[in-house]
Design a protein. Structure first.
Length: 194
C-alpha cells in the first residue's frame, strides 16, 4: 500500500463527473505510459477492483463502481496521500458520501447537484487552496518514495561532464513534500549532494 500511495501521489486522479439527469460518475484513475500496463494490471489484481485500459500511447487503471470505490476509500483513509492529491481525495470522498447517502440525508437533488459541482470545481487543475488539514503530515517511507519516483522521477546524464542526475519535478505547491523527500534522503547512509 505504501508503494501504491506513492504512485497515486504522482499519477493518481480523483474525478467527479456530472452526467445527465442529476447523475454523477465517481472515478479513481492512474494514468501511465502504455509500457506500464503490466504494472497497472498488477495493481488491479492485487486490489481486486477496477479495469486496465491500454491505448495507443497510455494505459490507465480505472475504478468506477460504487462498491469498488469503497476499497479505494479504505486504502487512502488508512494510508493518507502526501501531496495535494490528498486534498482532492478528501473532496472526492465527501462528494461520494453525499451522493451515495443522499436518500438517508434527505437532501434536495438540486442542492446536492450544486454541492457536487462545487466540490468538483475545487479539485485537480481548478484547485487554488493547497493547505492540508491540521491533522495531515507528510510521511515519506522507502516504499512510498519508490512509487512516487516511478510516477514523477527522472534520471539523466549531464553530457558536459557525464555526471549522473536524479530528480523529481513538482509544482511549487508541493515544496513541503520535496523538502520531506530531501530530509529523508539526507538521513540515509552515504555521501552525495542533494
Amino acid at each position: 500500500y505504501e508503494w501504491f500511495r506513492g504512485l497515486v501521489d504522482g499519477e493518481g486522479c480523483f474525478i467527479i463527473q456530472p452526467r445527465n439527469n442529476n447523475y454523477f460518475l465517481f472515478k479513481f484513475e492512474v494514468y501511465m505510459h502504455r509500457d506500464d500496463a503490466p504494472m497497472l494490471k498488477y495493481i488491479a489484481n492485487r486490489l481486486g477492483v477496477g479495469n486496465v485500459y491500454v491505448r495507443e500511447h497510455f494505459a490507465s487503471f480505472s475504478v468506477t463502481s460504487k462498491k469498488d470505490l469503497l476499497i479505494i476509500i479504505n486504502v487512502f483513509d488508512k494510508y493518507p496521500l502526501n501531496t495535494s492529491k490528498n486534498l482532492n481525495y478528501l473532496l472526492w470522498k465527501k462528494g461520494y458520501e453525499l451522493y451515495y447517502n443522499r436518500k438517508n440525508l434527505d437532501i434536495d437533488i438540486k442542492i446536492l447537484t450544486e454541492e457536487l459541482v462545487n466540490l468538483k470545481n475545487q479539485m485537480n487543475k481548478k484547485r487554488n487552496d493547497f493547505k492540508q488539514p491540521e491533522t495531515h503530515h507528510v510521511n515519506i517511507t522507502p516504499s512510498w518514495l519508490i512509487g512516487f519516483v516511478e510516477a514523477e522521477g527522472f534520471f539523466s546524464v549531464i553530457l558536459k561532464d557525464y555526471r549522473l542526475m536524479f530528480g523529481i519535478g513538482q509544482t511549487a505547491s508541493e515544496a513541503g513534500v520535496l523538502e520531506a523527500i530531501q530530509k529523508f534522503l539526507l538521513g540515509l547512509p552515504g555521501q552525495y549532494k542533494i
